[in-house]
Structures are given as structure tokens and as C-alpha cells.
Design a protein around this ligand. Structure first.
Ligand SMILES: Cc1cc2nc3c(=O)[nH]c(=O)nc-3n(C[C@H](O)[C@H](O)[C@H](O)COP(=O)(O)O)c2cc1C
Length: 470
């Protein structure tokens, strides 16, 4: 028996399970995966440019023909209004507003047939959103990850259901079917889940972050204003443990301070371009924290991208790869002993953005360029990319790639050939390839196929390769 509620009809989905539009995490792959599975995927696009949003929407449509939504923060009005046209044109089924009622854009969206959903952390806010014309309330209890209020789910959901006559979706601390059953019992029409999806294969999140989510206990989070000036639940770390909320600045100013003080932590494995460019800019002595601050990385990425042009030192290409793998030369304090073999693996799951080269290829080329430029002989470097999930598609020959991507050319193909020529091993997970209907013959020449990604890791690590977290 399938569970069918009014949200299924409103959004045109099979199951009343919605992926939260998490900034920095809910990118095209996970959004499309949830929609393709019969739920409702949402892109978390807070703080990102209209062009980026358009690209992500196009990518979702490449991956599935099922409906999906786009989530932005009302507290960032400039990006909100600039992106409405893109959201309508890109064919979003729903718009989801976090941090406030999106009064200025509700009628435009509704006229275009877009369902308008609004997050609410208390009953007053839910009523305000319903009165403003929103179609759906997402009532998030204080248990939720990211920005959150102080009212617990059990108190919030039934009161919102009673207070408004539009569907209410439950959010905050939900992670399985028991949560869905409870939400329905409270009169809600479905569930909106965030944290539960972060550790999924398709989520735009680095492995250390996924590991931290899986490894933590229920008492390892805290609500603090330290990251953004608004109450936000994140994993406990040095930044938020003892922060005095009364000293927090207003929203954008506190975000800027967090970026400046490097509170947001190493954005490990999430956006290689950003982390690799940004990390060298950390001032000496700046504190680097664990993955706890990462719940804010959507905003951090936006802020970092804005700050970068003014701060970044010029990059250089070569000496090995002249077309990609640009790096900033650094006078490193870390001695690399002569003759040391630098032998490591990058575990790659995220696919390239439409029309772009896969980030992991850049990462590998950057490592080789920067180390050879620093005097490490190329022969002392051995890299391997173990590729699974959506990233495998970036290793397809022209014909199978075009067949899957509406006739497009594979923008990663030249980089793959160049890396292979310089003895970088690129190994595909056979299980993951099979699940996507990809055979060895579909792969670019020189790309290897392993029984599985685990098998490749086991063999490579036995051969002395270590797993590089970036
Ligand atoms: C990493 C992270 C980023 C988030 N970013 C946003 C966001 O940009 N916009 C938004 O409306 N909600 C955001 N949220 C809140 C989610 O939409 C959702 O309400 C919350 O994750 C639900 O609680 P759960 O994590 O316990 O499932 C974020 C949550 C997390 C964990």
C-alpha cells in the first residue's frame, strides 16, 4: 500500500517525502535522485547566482523528468527577486522559502503555476505565510538541522495544522517511516527531511561531513547564533560550544564575521574549487575546526566566492598540465623529504556540472602541477581516482555520453586522457556502473573497471595508496 496525501496531488509525486532544500548540500544529483524515486527533490540554492541556479535546474532535468523545487532564503532578498524568473523559466514545480515569508514574489510565482511553500518555526509565522497566499507550510520543529526555531515538533505540527487551512508538512528530526507515520498522525500531509539525506551517495557533501553525521549521537548538536546571527543547529564544535548569543551581530554581518574568522571550517570535499582556492588564504594562526560548522556552508560558499577575487593571489598552470589544474604557489613550511612517494586516492562521486569538467580531475591535476612546480619529481607522485555514483558518467565515451546528455559532448574527456597519460589511474566501481547501465565498453579508453569501489580501495591501499580526504 502506498501512502497518498494531498501534497502528492499538489506536487505531482508518488510519496509524501520531500528532500529539504539544504544550502550547499541539496544540489542536482540528490534532488534528482529523490524526485526520480517518487519523492520531491528540492535544490538548496540560497545565496547562489541565478546562472548557477539555472544550471542546476537544467542538470536535474537531465537526470529526471519528475517534478522538483527550488529553495532560497527570504532573508537574502537580493538573490530572491533576481532568481524568480530563472525558477519559473527553469520549470520548478515549487518554490520553498526559508527564513521568512516571500511576500514580494508570491503572486508572480503563483501566476506562473509554481507552488509556493514556506518554512515556519512557530504558529504565528505559519499563519502569516498562509495569509500572504502561500500554498503549503513546512513546520520545522526545533529538532531540525540548520536554521531553526525554539518550538518542538510535537507542539508545533498539530498547532500549525489547526491554525491554517493549507497543507502542513512536518520537518525537524525526522529520518524514517516512523517519523512519517507520526507526522501523518499529527495531521500533516508529508515530511521534509534534511540531515537524513546528507550522508546519501548523491548529496553534495564531503566524506568527512557524511562520516561526522553518521558517527554522531543525538546529543552532539547545539543551537547557536555564532555562524549566521540567527539560531542554527549544528554539530557541537569549538565555535558554537560556549558562544554567547547576545553578542551575535545581525544575519549577514555575522556570516561575514564567521567567514573572516574561519569558523565555518574546512569545507572538506564539498566544493573543491572553493576549498582549494580558499584554504591558502587562511591567515596564519586562523583556527580550523572540524566538520561541525559545515551546516552553514551554503552561505559560506557564497560569501567566499564573493570575497575571493579581492583576496586571491594569481594562479599558475603547468608544468605538467598546461590547460587545467591551476594552483597558487605557496612557500610551504612542510618539508617533503626527497624520494618520498606521494601515493594517494581521491574517492569521487559528484558529477560535473553541465558542460563543465569534473572537479576531481582538476583536483588531481592541481596536485601534480603544484608539487612538480615545488620540486617533487613527477615519478614520485602516484594518484588514483576511484569513481562511483553519478561521476561515472563523466568517464563515458562520446556516444554513450551524448545519448545520456541530450547530444552534449563530454567536457571531462580531454582531462581524463591527459591524466591517464601522466599515469593517474582512474578506476570505476563496477557495481555502481552496472546499476547505471554502464558497461566497460562505454568508458573512455584507459579507464579501468573494478569489481566495486570497495575492491579498488582495498587493492590500492594494500599497494600503499592512502585515501586523501579532499
Ligand atoms: C546543512 C543544512 C543546510 C540547510 N540549508 C537550508 C536552506 O538553505 N534553506 C532552507 O530553507 N532550509 C535549510 N535547512 C533546513 C532544512 O530545510 C530542513 O528544514 C531541516 O534540515 C529539517 O530538519 P532535519 O535536518 O532534522 O531533517 C538546512 C539544513 C541543513 C542540515
Amino acid at each position: 500500500m502506498t501512502i497518498h496525501t494531498k501534497i502528492c496531488d499538489l506536487l505531482g509525486v508518488e510519496h509524501p517525502v520531500l528532500l529539504a532544500g539544504m544550502g550547499g548540500v541539496s544540489y542536482a544529483e540528490v534532488c534528482a535522485a529523490v524526485s526520480a524515486a517518487g519523492g520531491f527533490g528540492s535544490l538548496g540554492m540560497a545565496g547562489l547566482s541565478p546562472r548557477f541556479i539555472a544550471d542546476q535546474m537544467a542538470r536535474v532535468k537531465d537526470l529526471t523528468d519528475k517534478p522538483f523545487g527550488v529553495d532560497l532564503l527570504t532573508a537574502q532578498p537580493e538573490t530572491l527577486t533576481a532568481s524568480v524568473e530563472v525558477i519559473i523559466k527553469g520549470g520548478a514545480k515549487a518554490f520553498i522559502a526559508g527564513l521568512g515569508v516571500p511576500v514580494a514574489i508570491i503572486s508572480e510565482l503563483k501566476q506562473a503555476g509554481v507552488v509556493v511553500m514556506c518554512m515556519a518555526g512557530n504558529v504565528r509565522h505559519a499563519v502569516k505565510a498562509a495569509e500572504a497566499g502561500c500554498d503549503v507550510i513546512i513546520a520545522q520543529g526545533t529538532e531540525g538541522g540548520g536554521h531553526t526555531g525554539s518550538v518542538a515538533s510535537v507542539a508545533l505540527w498539530p498547532q500549525c495544522v489547526d491554525a491554517v487551512d493549507i497543507p502542513v508538512i512536518a520537518a525537524g528530526g525526522l529520518f524514517d517511516g516512523r517519523g512519517l507515520a507520526a507526522a501523518l498522525a499529527f495531521g500533516c500531509a508529508g515530511v521534509w527531511m534534511g540531515t537524513r539525506f546528507i550522508a546519501s551517495l548523491e548529496a553534495h557533501a564531503g566524506q568527512p561531513y557524511k562520516d561526522a553525521i553518521v558517527g554522531m549521537s543525538e546529543s552532539d548538536t547545539v543551537i547557536s547564533k555564532v555562524f549566521t546571527g540567527k539560531t542554527l543547529r549544528a554539530i557541537v564544535n569549538d565555535s558554537n560550544r560556549d558562544f554567547d548569543n547576545s553578542t551575535a551581530k545581525p544575519f549577514v554581518m555575522q556570516v561575514a564575521e564567521s567567514v573572516q574568522l574561519n569558523r565555518l571550517g574546512p569545507i572538506a570535499g564539498v566544493v573543491d574549487d572553493v576549498t582549494h582556492e580558499w584554504r591558502p588564504l587562511c591567515r596564519a594562526g586562523a583556527r580550523c575546526h572540524g566538520p561541525g560548522g559545515l551546516t552553514m556552508r551554503g552561505l559560506a560558499i557564497a560569501a567566499l566566492l564573493l570575497a575571493m577575487p579581492a583576496l586571491a593571489a594569481p594562479k599558475q598552470l603547468g608544468p605538467v598540465f598546461a590547460d587545467f589544474g591551476a594552483f597558487v604557489p605557496i612557500a610551504s613550511d612542510l618539508v617533503i623529504p626527497k624520494g618520498l612517494k606521494l601515493r594517494h586516492i581521491y574517492d569521487v562521486t559528484a558529477a560535473a556540472k553541465r558542460g563543465e569538467r569534473n572537479d576531481a580531475l582538476e583536483t588531481a591535476a592541481r596536485f601534480i602541477n603544484s608539487h612538480v612546480a615545488a620540486g617533487v619529481p613527477e615519478a614520485d607522485i602516484a594518484l588514483a581516482l576511484v569513481v562511483h555514483g553519478p561521476a561515472i558518467q563523466d568517464l563515458l565515451r562520446p556516444a554513450p555520453f551524448a545519448a545520456r546528455k541530450a547530444g552534449a559532448a563530454n567536457a571531462s574527456a580531454d582531462a581524463v586522457a591527459a591524466l591517464l597519460k601522466h599515469n593517474v589511474r582512474i578506476i570505476v566501481c563496477g557495481q555502481s556502473a552496472d546499476a547505471q547501465g554502464i558497461a566497460k565498453a562505454d568508458l573512455l579508453p584507459g579507464v579501468e573497471m573494478a569489481i566495486s569501489a570497495s575492491s579498488a580501495h582495498a587493492v590500492l591501499q594494500a599497494e600503499g595508496y592512502t585515501l586523501n580526504p579532499f
